[in-house]
Ligand binder design. Structure first.
Ligand code: FDA
Length: 427
């Protein structure tokens, strides 16, 4: 599939971009990413005159780089439980009205081959470019007009209704305005907090934004012994919070020079709050204390070899080096000679290794932004601001954050479709 080049300015729609008289549209969508292209195509195909504009030169960079270049475009098991929000029920209606099967239907209609990787995650067989090209064709089918690259310099509400936009390519009038500018993750690809600024301008509340699906970092000195494990990966149960507020994920984790990464850590990073510890079970599903104590009689294996069978060797060695600070020569001891108390203590530490992250690697390396426009001010069926008729917010700009695994795109498609279906055509 050839690369989907930037559509630039197109004269499709009501007229060529000019610098004097404002072009007028039923709806202007700011942000030609996942949610924006979905909303624009749905509204365009319903007969609305739609303009899609974006400040970037290249179209849909986040789709392009997603899923390692193959775009994990949805998760077949998507449910509201896979999302974080201060208003957890908000996403229900849009997710029910536009399901992973709906998106898959479009993918198949466009002849894009796909596969399920694991846990319901659907990827393109070839390239994420095919998803971008598909969304472009859908926009073309709705005669959507484009302006790229086209920064928006100001937005005002017109006294007569609708919105007046000042853009780098001249004034534009919109009966309805859709903010689809995404979150702040990966600013080097043009991510901004534009939607949050517009929300505040119109008196809407914003839930504090933070990097999410992001590697965690540790105090350099505290992490020094583990930095050498960079590249080691293993399955672990990674959790944070306590009691009913506890969340955990059974996924791989990866040691890095600065801290921890891998799917399990990215997942928990969305729930982790600064100052809180995280707890790692490095032998999930096992009951090491019971197993070891029950099987130790006559067991001539050393603790080092038992741990080396459990984990990658480098981790087993490093772990024992840490434990040796408390009891030198532990690794060379035979299981049969280990006191039950010592085995219990070791097993406890392996099942609940408590660590105190000092932060994250930030938006530069995050996959998404957590927080965003407070959905308590947004209608859940249409994505329209309750207090500002004609103003819509969709996608990652809203305080709806999906787990890792295709959920964030499903939210972009579902919120975009909900908005595209409810935008009104001029009488
Ligand atoms: P999106 O970011 O797609 O689009 C926003 C658009 O607005 C961009 O085109 C941008 O240029 C434009 N814009 C921003 N500021 C603007 C301004 N001031 N003026 C005009 N235009 C502006 N999710 C998933 O489900 N599966 C996956 O495989 C991945 N993989 C992945 C990898 C990496 C590295 C990242 C960073 C992210 C992912 N994601 C993901 C997350 C997913 O990419 C993300 O949640 C969606 O793209 C969000 O869709 P939106 O349309 O809301 O924003």
């Amino acid at each position: 599939m050839p690369a989907a080049a930037s559509p630039g300015s197109s004269a499709s729609g009501p007229g060529k971009p000019g610098h004097g008289v404002a072009d007028s549209f039923d709806a202007v969508v700011i942000g030609a990413g996942a949610a924006g292209m979905m909303a624009a195509s749905v509204a365009g195909q319903r007969g609305l005159r739609v303009l899609l504009l974006d400040h970037a030169e290249k179209l849909a960079e986040k789709i392009r780089i997603s899923g390692g270049g193959r775009c994990n475009f949805t998760n077949i098991g998507t449910s509201p439980a896979n999302f974080l929000s201060q208003n957890p029920n908000f996403c229900r209606s849009a997710l029910a009205a536009y399901t992973p099967r709906d998106f898959l239907g479009m993918v198949e209609r466009h002849g894009i081959s796909w596969h399920e990787k694991h846990r319901g995650q659907l990827f393109c067989d070839d390239s994420s470019e095919s998803i971008i090209a598909m969304l472009r064709r859908e926009c073309d089918a709705g005669n959507v007009a484009w302006r790229m690259s086209c920064p928006v310099q100001g937005i005002e509400q017109s006294p007569a209704g609708g919105f007046a936009l000042r853009t780098s390519r001249g004034p534009v009038r919109a009966r309805q305005l859709v903010l689809a500018t995404g979150g702040m993750a990966v600013p080097q690809l043009g991510a901004t907090d534009f939607a949050l600024g517009v929300a505040r301008q119109f008196g809407l509340k914003v839930v504090e934004p933070r990097p999410a699906l992001v590697p965690l970092t540790f105090d350099a000195q505290q992490w020094q012994p583990f930095g050498a494990l960079s590249g080691v990966a293993l399955e672990a149960d990674v959790g944070c919070g306590t009691g009913k507020g506890r969340t955990s994920f059974l996924e791989d984790l990866l040691f890095t020079h600065r801290g921890l990464s891998g799917p399990g850590i990215l997942q928990i990073s969305s729930y982790w709050n600064p100052g809180e510890p995280i707890a790692l079970d490095l032998a999930p599903g096992r009951r090491l204390a019971e197993e070891w104590i029950a099987g130790k009689s006559g067991n001539r294996q050393t603790l080092a070899s038992v741990l080396a069978a459990l984990w990658p060797r480098r981790l087993a060695e490093q772990w024992l080096a840490g434990e040796d600070g408390q009891q030198a020569g532990l690794g060379a001891m035979r299981m049969a000679d280990m006191p039950d108390k010592t085995l219990r203590r070791l097993a406890e530490r392996i099942h609940a290794w408590i660590l105190h992250p000092t932060g994250t690697v930030g938006y530069k390396k995050a996959e998404v932004m957590r927080g965003g426009v407070d959905t308590r001010g947004i209608d859940q069926k249409t994505m329209q601001a309750k207090s500002v008729p004609g103003l819509y917010f969709i996608g990652e700009a809203l305080d709806v954050t999906g787990w890792l695994g295709g959920y964030n795109f499903q939210w972009a498609w579902a919120s975009g479709a909900a908005c595209g279906r409810s935008l009104q055509k001029a009488a």
